[in-house]
Design a protein around this ligand. Structure first.
Ligand code: NAP
Length: 499
């Protein structure tokens, strides 16, 4: 009796998975219509927990890229003239649709990306909030009027949409990295061509339907899925009609795009890689610090640009912090993101596993000790267990490169100056985490750390209402907050002569 029930339940679960995949359009979206790729090719989307192909989506070629660009260029003038309130209302409706369909969208995201369903649902809410925030910002685009210092003229300052934009997003937050760019672009009156990551196109395709349903006019949003991003994107970047490129992804690819953008002097926003230090001082509240560490290390299986990459713990609390973190990490359930209670899903692919294995081997060869985890999990799918390492030498590779997995390397420090020097000794500067109960130290250290964002007694900095972005090789520009829409606006100044 029980067995039959379990079988029925299993069939039900599988059919829910099939239903959400079937509901997604698998074509390209150009000029308000779904259409096949001109190449006639498709690309497979895999479930990282099994390695099995979930479905195939259209694989765009150069011709499709140019068709998408033509559509975005043709729609630009009318879209810029749309009433800001109407642009905001479209975003607001899309916000609501995202929330209404959060369960199905979360399951879809888990299937293509791997994160636990509860986390995927959290990302849908986070993603939707960008639409709500920028719906509100659409009607607050303002300008200025001033008297020239010599009193003989007037300055008029206006803000106008940059023009057609190219948006490129990564696989680790398939929905939120899209809405974080689409929200301000749409609010500002820009048309777009967007290219989601090859490994996770389904969330963006589902979002496209939502935006169309919310009333976005044809040509404003054009979506390309492709297995050949370089050759398909470069002609758009060098065409001259695209006026801005907004990219989230690795620093290596960001540099290629910055070089290409130089050709036509495009506006650029670059949200690139990180190497976040996580500082715990002797005076920290250890409960808060361990909670923050769990958030900053295990969210998204550690596959986040904001993931804590290096833990520096002051000598007086290092052992206790290591003990508590190890016990929390060791109890996390690893498995397919659709399973009850799973906190750590699979990494995105075999390359991701190989990189983590290599970095852990490098650290242990240099003297690091494994407190928990540290070896791969047997079976299908790309799983790596939550791992804590201690005594990690400062020059280990994982201190310089993004781990992008659930591995927490701990090193001990003695003085504030020493730890700030270590924290800043990287070409990255996205986020740093600081745990202390001393307000003077908190402010002093926050000012001295070279990062675009500081998590002060918190392991989570992402918020649609706050400016997200990095310094150094972690990027250029900010997304979210009041400043987010500025990235999609040009300032025009009119010198008014008075006689
Ligand atoms: P990635 O390899 O740089 O890919 C990002 C996007 O760029 C994908 O859509 C990719 O397409 C595309 N792409 C790759 N080569 C290209 C080319 N030559 N021309 C145009 N587009 C190209 O990064 P990822 O592995 O997806 O994402 C992980 C990285 O993103 C990490 O470094 C992480 O720190 C960073 N990230 C940063 C932020 C932030 O806000 N700062 C947020 C999230 C992630 P394909 O999928 O087809 O390769």
């Amino acid at each position: 009796m029980e067995l039959v029930f379990a079988e029925v339940e299993e069939r039900g679960v599988q059919s829910a998975e099939k239903t959400v995949i079937q509901a997604v359009h698998k074509e390209l979206f150009i000029d308000g219509k779904w259409r096949a790729s001109s190449t006639g090719r498709s690309l497979p989307v895999e479930d990282p927990s099994t390695g099995e192909v979930l479905c195939e989506v259209a694989d765009a070629g150069v011709e499709d890229g140019l068709a998408a660009l033509d559509a975005a260029v043709a729609a630009q003038k009318d879209w810029a003239a749309y009433a800001p309130r109407e642009r905001g209302e479209i975003l607001r409706r899309a916000y609501q649709l995202l929330l209404d369909r959060a369960d199905d969208l979360a399951l879809l995201m888990t299937l293509e990306m791997g994160k636990p369903v509860a986390e995927a649902k959290g990302e849908i809410t986070y993603a939707a909030e960008f639409f709500r925030w920028f719906a509100e910002e659409a009607v607050r685009i303002d300008g200025g009027y001033a008297t020239a210092p010599n009193g003989q003229g007037r300055f008029l300052v206006m803000r106008q949409p940059v023009g057609p934009c190219l948006l490129i997003t990564p696989w680790n937050f398939p929905m939120a990295m899209g809405t974080r760019k689409l929200g301000p672009a749409i609010a500002a009156g820009c048309t777009v061509v967007i290219k989601p990551a090859e490994q996770t196109p389904l969330s963006m395709l589902a979002l496209t339907d939502i935006l169309a349903e919310a009333g976005l006019p044809a040509g404003v949003l054009n979506v390309l899925t492709t297995s050949d991003p370089g050759p398909v994107m470069e002609p758009l970047i060098k065409d001259g009609r695209i006026r801005k490129i907004s990219f989230t992804g690795s620093t290596a690819v960001g540099k290629i795009l910055l070089a290409q953008a130089a050709d036509k002097v495009l506006r650029t926003s670059m949200e690139l890689g990180g190497n976040a230090p996580f500082l715990v001082f002797d005076d920290a509240d250890l409960d808060v610090a361990v909670e923050g560490a769990m958030m900053a290390k295990t969210r998204n299986m550690g596959e986040a640009c904001t993931a804590a990459n290096r833990f520096y713990v002051q000598r007086g609390v290092a052992q206790e912090f290591g003990r508590r973190l190890t016990s929390r990490m060791a109890e996390l359930k690893v498995g397919r993101g659709t399973e009850e209670g799973v906190k750590i899903g699979p990494l995105i692919d075999n390359d991701a596993i190989a990189k983590v294995v290599e970095l852990v081997a490098d650290a242990t060869a240099a003297g690091a000790k494994v407190l928990t985890g540290g070896s791969t999990v047997d079976g299908p799918g790309h799983f790596y267990p939550p791992t804590v390492l201690t005594d990690v030498p400062r020059d280990a590779r994982m201190g310089r490169e993004e781990i992008f997995g659930p591995v927490a390397p701990i090193s001990v420090f003695d003085t504030e100056d020493e730890v700030i020097a270590a924290a800043n000794d990287t070409e990255f500067g996205l986020v740093s985490y600081v745990f202390t109960t001393n307000i003077n130290r908190a402010l002093r250290v926050s000012e001295r750390l070279e990062a675009g964002m500081i998590g002060l007694n918190t392991g989570l900095v992402s918020n649609p209402a706050a400016p997200f972005g990095g310094v150094k090789q972690s990027g250029v520009g900010r997304e979210g907050g009041r400043i987010g829409i500025e990235e999609f606006l040009e300032v025009k100044y009119v010198a008014v002569g008075l006689s």
